[in-house]
Design a protein around this ligand. Structure first.
Ligand SMILES: [Zn+2]
Length: 351
């Protein structure tokens, strides 16, 4: 909370649209180098700036504004917004930017997190998402304090997910980021509603804790991988996240069940989380997420003939345990090369 209130909010609140454009360019360059063709952004404050950068980079993205209508200590520009203001603002962004850049940009609705949302905002967001047929991006059950506060203020037995279930907020068009502090009953709620979970392993290790990923996958929840934003993970490489996800979820078995289980989260599962589950999480899997005739041409060329990847016995195992960002050579998005021979062709990354 100290980090959020005293570092991140003041910094974020002082950013201009131009800052947002430049930061999206920089993050995008790092994403492309790690072989990312599509990302979902939980939201800064300037969707138009982000959209301009995404259009130029040639990436595919689901963009949302990070929305808050309540909570202690909110910086000036966001402090006096009503739930209705928040909805109108996002409808306008949707109207201007949704399905732009040759269909590469989609606009979603954002909820920063429950501690900064009234129930009115949650319900209006749920209904507006249905009306616009779009997706909601929300940080969910990040820290124990969040659950404790929700138990106290909203009078529910467990925490955020229990409250969202009671409000009928949980739907298959919700991408729940982090989702660390959930119990078995809540995993069941998420599963039955078809909620998608974004596992951001590096950010989890830095600040949040071990998410029950194996249990969520066992409950047939679609779990994908994220880097989280730069404030909580300075690396934007999905290659690093695949490696970290595989390690921490094996290591967590000792902590959660008191036994070592190296079969937890096998390499095949981690690769799926980074590819097809990512596409399912953004409700775009009819067009992207696998190499299939008829889908969009989003693809990554990898050179495995480096000291870090040879010898190559099992290609999936090598992709998860050996590959480095440097092994990604070329990236195509929407049928267009956006990086060739490690050089990004859409922007000049040198200056
Ligand atoms: Zn986050």
């Amino acid at each position: 909370m100290t980090w959020l209130h005293h570092r991140i909010w003041p910094y974020e609140a002082s950013m201009t649209e131009e800052d947002s454009y430049i930061s999206t360019l920089l993050c995008g360059v790092e994403l492309i180098h790690s072989g990312v063709t599509c990302f979902a952004e939980a939201g800064g404050q300037h969707v138009p700036g982000m959209a301009r950068a995404v259009e130029l980079l040639g990436l595919r993205a689901c963009l949302a504004q990070s929305i808050m209508d309540s909570g202690d200590g909110l910086p000036e520009p966001w402090a006096n917004r009503t739930a209705e203001d928040c909805i109108q603002l996002q409808k306008e962004l949707y109207r201007k930017h949704h399905d732009t850049a040759d269909g590469r940009i989609r606009v979603w609705l954002g909820i920063r997190q429950i501690m900064n949302s009234t129930d009115d905002l949650l319900l209006k967001t749920r209904d507006t998402a249905r009306e616009l047929a779009t997706v909601i991006h929300m940080h969910v059950a990040e820290i124990p304090y969040e659950n404790q506060l929700i138990v106290k203020t909203r009078k529910v037995e467990h925490g955020t997910v229990t409250h969202l279930e009671k409000m009928e907020f949980l739907q298959n068009n919700l991408l729940a980021a982090h989702t660390v502090w959930v119990d078995n009953a809540e995993i069941d709620f998420l599963s039955r509603a078809g909620v998608k979970v974004s596992h951001c392993p590096a950010a989890a290790m830095r600040m949040l804790g071990f998410a029950p990923i194996r249990e969520m996958l066992d409950a047939s929840i679609c779990v994908s991988l994220g880097t989280d934003g730069a404030p909580s993970n300075n690396r934007m490489s999905i290659v690093d996240e695949m490696y970290v996800a595989s390690l921490i979820n094996k290591g967590r078995e000792v902590y959660a069940n008191g036994t070592t289980d190296p079969t937890a989260l096998p390499a095949e599962t981690v690769l799926k989380m980074a590819t097809i589950n990512g596409a399912k999480s953004v409700l775009w899997d009819k067009e992207i997420g696998s190499l299939v005739v008829g889908k969009k041409a989003d693809l990554v060329v990898i050179n495995p003939r480096t000291w870090s990847m040879v010898p190559l016995h099992d290609s999936i195992s090598s992709l998860v345990y050996c590959m480095r960002t440097e092994n990604i050579v070329s990236v195509m998005c929407n049928g267009r090369w956006i990086m060739k021979d490690k050089k990004i062709s859409t922007v000049n990354e040198v200056t």
